[in-house]
Design a binder for this molecule. Structure first.
Ligand SMILES: [Zn+2]
Length: 204
């Protein structure tokens, strides 16, 4: 893999000129493939004949991903207060100096882990049932708001879980939080606690 600087030359197939062309590496604003927003001042290979962007060197891909991650998606839920307490108890168990900033991190971690787990549907449905049995929700139960902004990648994991379990967002969040309290507080897995502890140390 080659490292490029501005002004370097290369070769690429240009889809516009429909032939192999020589290119020059220049900084350009590159639109994302879905057309929503762009990554600024990215080093790209530009066709010497038609000036179209024809190649993106490997070194430019993290910046394009970074910029994409900045387009955050809001997740808002109004949960019975006991679930926020459970989440905060898990944070305290992971790191005694952990702040509520860690809520998003631990949820994102579990969304990603569960989205890749073929047993997630059964696991979350069981967690949902246990949580409903254990924490009754009488009319007027105290609720607290869970608000966070997440990257499209995390929102995709959450949506995959919602589709997979056929729960709405609120019920899915309750199930995931109950699973978190199970894996972190009730029957903790040392390897998991270590991994989450490292994440907490980075953000705190
Ligand atoms: Zn061209």
């Amino acid at each position: 893999m080659k490292f490029y600087q501005e002004g370097d030359h290369g070769k690429a197939l240009c889809t516009h000129c429909k032939k192999p062309v020589t290119t020059t590496f220049l900084r350009r604003d590159v639109p994302f493939s879905d057309g929503k927003g762009m990554a600024k001042a990215i080093l790209v290979g530009v066709c010497d004949t038609c000036s179209q962007v024809v190649s993106i060197p490997a070194q430019s891909t993290p910046a394009i991903r970074d910029a994409r991650q900045k387009e955050l998606i809001a997740i808002d839920a109004n949960l019975p207060a006991v679930y926020i307490d459970m989440l905060d108890m898990a944070i305290h168990t992971i790191d005694q100096s952990g702040s509520s900033q860690m809520r998003k991190v631990i949820l994102a971690f579990f969304f990603n882990r569960l989205a890749r787990d073929t047993a997630a549907k059964a696991l979350l449905q069981l967690a949902h049932k246990d949580a409903q049995d254990r924490f009754m929700e009488p009319r007027g139960v105290c609720r607290r708001r869970l608000s966070m902004k997440v990257s499209p990648r995390i929102a995709n994991d959450l949506n995959a879980l919602i589709n997979n379990t056929h729960m709405n967002q609120t019920e899915l969040l309750k199930s995931v939080i109950y699973q978190i309290q199970n894996d972190v507080v009730a029957s903790p897995d040392p390897a998991l606690l270590k991994e989450l502890g490292e994440l907490s140390a980075i953000i705190s």
